[in-house]
Design a protein around this ligand. Structure first.
Ligand code: BES
Ligand code: MN
Ligand code: ZN
Length: 486
């Protein structure tokens, strides 16, 4: 979607859109529009659309009015995004190629205009690379948006918001990609292409290097796969020289068959998006780097494929993690925590972060708990948890906090090793979090976000179609804005 700002209405405009607050139509619209909208019960509620045709200067023009709700609503920017997104959803494949967004009498400030555009762009993302037989009417027609009458500074505000869209699109591209094309090595290559020339530093570890570092936990997951494993760190120093970085760590299982503890067949295809945590981390890094965030941050992703094979890890095997702690692998399908154990430890040793936040599609139990409305957050630090909850609210990538405690921790003690990788049936998401906590040193503030229910949508949402949602990018970006750059 190409966005440009213009002083006057392009003469070829056939589709003109307006944004209306609740109960207030844009001024100076034709009577047929104001009365028509009234008759159609258009109220200006978020994402509501009224459409009509009017004659202007001898041409018939399609006019759309998108609702943005109350100007004083506390989730105003999300409502503005919904207005833009509703326009994208309606016109993406309508045959219209060019939308003129007329904000002249909208009263929207620069940030508000950028929010509308962000919603428009986010909702127009699709993954069509493998569709060779799309009918003409199924193809994207809308590729251009011209904004007229925007407030001073809207273009700058949009540049910032466009970085968010780029990050979310990158995450969605990765999440949607099937596992025969997206595996650890190709994941890294895609990042190398995206971050080339941005000023971010990429550090890559291959199997031999991880072996040398003693990452027996991460490496045991990839043993049954023909695909080599990788660790990737993306570093951005936009803050003060002496400020320790904030680390974001992601689970990147590019396909999770369960390994020898093989998953049942139905629905296994979903496990191509078991790299959603790492997708969120690298997408957010792209946003932060593109908008040159004034903060020191590092994104680390552990990339493996979990397959069953003659060399695969067996249930009951004991492995030694980089931290020196030993793990009895009782279930090879609880592999995400094995990957994160070494990724978290290496992150602390290598980057000495002041705080760590990890993202993972870690447990099916989280989907049972929260469905697809909230991700679950676990933390050893209340301030960090509160900041994440706040960023969740402001970004729309919502979180809900879960408990940790020694009583839960006990449940993963092993009779043969320092710990086992599964607990009893109950509290599956919590025991997974307790497992990760054992790899956090010196009480470094740490939070774990289990986003298993969030990275993929079965139905369209406010600013996404069904499929990859891009969850996490907005959350991380807002967390950085609100706590590190404020
Ligand atoms: N990747 C899965 C969790 C998952 C399941 C994410 C469904 C999204 C949708 C994870 O690796 C897994 O298999 N977890 C097991 C843990 C169990 C063996 C303790 C699970 O949740 O069943
Ligand atoms: Mn698994
Ligand atoms: Zn998994």
């Amino acid at each position: 979607m190409q966005v440009n700002f213009s002083a006057t209405r392009p003469s070829d405009a056939r589709l003109v859109a307006y944004v209306a607050n609740k109960g207030k139509m844009p001024e100076e619209l034709e009577k047929s529009l104001t009365e028509g909208a009234n008759a159609a019960r258009f109220k200006g509620t978020p994402a509501q659309i009224f459409e009509s045709f009017v004659e202007r200067g001898g041409h018939v023009i399609r006019v759309a009015i998108a609702g943005a709700g109350e100007p004083a609503a506390d989730n105003r920017s999300l409502n503005l995004e919904k207005a833009g997104a509703a326009l994208a959803a309606k016109y993406l494949t309508s045959g219209e190629t060019h939308l003129v967004l007329d904000l002249t009498a909208s009263g929207l400030d620069a940030g508000a205009a950028a929010s509308v555009l962000l919603g428009l762009r986010l909702r127009s993302w699709r993954h069509d690379a493998y569709r060779t037989k799309l009918k003409e009417e199924q193809k994207i027609s809308l590729t251009k948006v011209s904004v007229i009458g925007a407030a001073e500074g809207a273009e700058t505000a949009w540049a910032d918001a466009a970085a968010i869209a780029e990050g979310a699109e990158f995450t969605r591209d990765l999440v949607a990609e099937p596992a025969n094309t997206l595996f650890p090595v190709s994941f890294v290559e895609r990042c190398q292409e995206k971050f080339a020339g941005t000023g971010a530093e990429l550090i890559i570890l291959d199997d031999a290097q991880m072996e040398q570092l003693g990452m027996g936990s991460l490496l045991c997951v990839g043993l049954g796969s023909e695909q080599p494993s990788r660790m990737l760190a993306i570093r951005w120093n936009g803050g003060a020289d002496d400020d320790a970085p904030t680390a974001f760590v992601g689970k990147g299982v590019t396909f999770d068959t369960g390994g020898i503890s093989l998953k049942p067949g139905p629905g296994m295809g979903d496990m191509k998006w078991d790299m959603g945590g790492s997708g969120a981390v690298v997408g957010a890094m792209l946003t932060l780097v593109k908008r040159k965030a004034k903060a020191n941050i590092v994104g680390v992703v552990g990339l493996v494929e979990n397959m069953p094979d003659g060399r695969a890890t067996r249930p009951g095997d004991v492995v030694t993690s980089m931290s020196g702690q030993t793990i009895e692998v009782l279930n090879t399908d609880a592999e995400g925590r094995l990957v994160l154990a070494d990724a978290l430890h290496w992150t602390q040793v290598e980057f000495k972060p002041k705080q760590i936040i990890d993202f993972a599609t870690l447990t099916g139990a989280m989907i049972i708990s929260l469905g697809s409305e909230h991700g679950g957050v676990f933390a050893n630090d209340d301030t960090l948890a509160d900041s994440l909850l706040a960023a969740g609210k402001s970004s729309g990538d919502k979180l809900w906090r879960f408990p940790l405690s020694p009583a839960y921790d006990k449940l993963i003690n092993s009779p043969i090793a320092d710990m086992q990788n599964i607990g009893p049936r109950g509290a599956g998401s919590i025991t997974a979090a307790q497992f990760l906590k054992r790899f956090i040193m010196d009480d470094t503030p740490w939070a774990h976000c289990d986003i298993a229910g969030m990275v993929w949508a079965d139905k369209a949402g406010a600013t996404w179609d069904k499929g990859a949602t891009g969850y996490g990018v907005r959350l991380i970006d807002n967390f950085v804005r609100e706590t590190l750059e404020a």
